[in-house]
Design a protein around this ligand. Structure first.
Ligand SMILES: [Ca+2]
Ligand SMILES: [Ca+2]
Length: 153
């Protein structure tokens, strides 16, 4: 299955589940961290975006690549990101170049934190989004292997 087909399937699957509810005091499974009503898991291995999506879906019910729509400093995850370096998050412009949508519901991302000069779609082949270094965003090649953050919807 091509990545674009998988992307569309995910949108259909996730939007049919209804809207996520907000619960700031949600309890998370062991190994998962709570933030802003969702539970998050930090991968210990690297994967392509396609594999990361699959791994998140298998990891937990409602699992998906994290849709982090807030400044990373607010999350309190600084210490984790230092060793994780580049981290895939759930956004892509694969369906419409230059228009970055959430992987969960295909809505335009409101909060962005692009690094200077990004997104640059280098080699016309960068359609996935990573946190690079200190939480600044970069578009990169979806087949690159990065750490990733899963989120439970
Ligand atoms: Ca692109
Ligand atoms: Ca880039």
């Amino acid at each position: 299955m091509s990545f674009a087909a998988l992307f569309m399937l995910l949108i259909i699957a996730q939007t049919s589940q209804g809207l996520p509810w907000f619960n700031a005091h949600r309890r998370c499974p062991k190994g998962w961290s709570g933030f802003s009503g969702h539970c998050y898991f930090f991968s210990k291995e690297k994967a392509t975006v396609k594999d990361a999506i699959t791994k998140c879906a298998y990891a937990i019910e409602g699992g998906r690549l994290a849709q982090v729509g807030v400044p990373w400093k607010k999350t309190g995850w600084n210490f984790r990101l230092k060793y994780m370096s580049r981290v895939w998050i759930g956004a892509s412009d694969i369906s419409d170049e230059g228009k970055f949508l959430k992987l969960s519901n295909a809505k335009v991302i409101k909060y962005t934190n692009w690094n200077k000069g990004e997104p640059n779609d280098w080699n016309k082949n960068e359609d996935c989004v990573e946190w690079a270094g200190v939480g600044k965003w970069n578009d990169n090649h979806c087949a690159n292997k990065n750490f990733f953050i899963c989120e439970q919807n």
